[in-house]
Design a protein around this ligand. Sequence first.
Ligand code: NAP
Length: 199
Amino acid sequence: MGGTFDPIHYGHLFAAHEVMSGLRLDSVIFVPAGIPPHKRYDGMAAAAERYEMTLLAVAENGRFGISRTELERPGKSYTLDTLKAMGARYPGSDFFFIAGMDAVLEIATWRDPFEISSLCTIVTVQRPGYDKSGLENLPQGIKGSLRVIETPMLGISATDIRNRVREKRCVRYLLPEAVRAYIEKNGLYAGSETKAAGG
Ligand code: NAP
């Protein structure tokens, strides 16, 4: 499961669990993006901090794991490189790349999207307010390896959590308590957030 996880919250954990049960996967490995290729804002927590928060969150479930591959690889975190690294690490496994709908809607703009779809099944979960009709416009070669999992949806968003922290509003019950305590202890998301140029 790939994502920026800034911060990880119960929406991500719930979606991961739904996909794991729905597709009968053995486990879900969370892969925090080192340097996300499509960065959208300044003020993002450091990769090491996002990794540590994700590590705290996945500790709650014995079938959840975490990978440092995107933190250890220099340069932007391309999914293709991650899938190749996973293939070498777990030979003979079937891979499912899980990501949020708005990320998957842009997959045709990623590096080598057709090779990505040849290496895994791409899985996305529908969230409130997201219209999945845009997926119909993806090239046939990508659509063929795409699965959309319909779940009772949780409207929790990392952006909302960061805004709440900045405004000193409560974030309890939106994310694991250990992650909330980490944010507080390390003073994350206190400064203002501005949109960054894409790329
Ligand atoms: P992200 O910000 O982590 O997620 C994109 C959106 O989907 C956010 O609104 C996020 O919500 C939501 N989301 C995340 N997980 C979800 C889930 N399981 N169910 C429903 N919604 C979910 O996305 P990103 O970091 O840009 O990209 C996601 C993955 O795609 C990463 O692994 C990234 O490396 C990869 N990617 C690869 C390329 C490339 O190879 N060129 C380009 C772009 C992205 P929150 O804001 O609440 O987290």
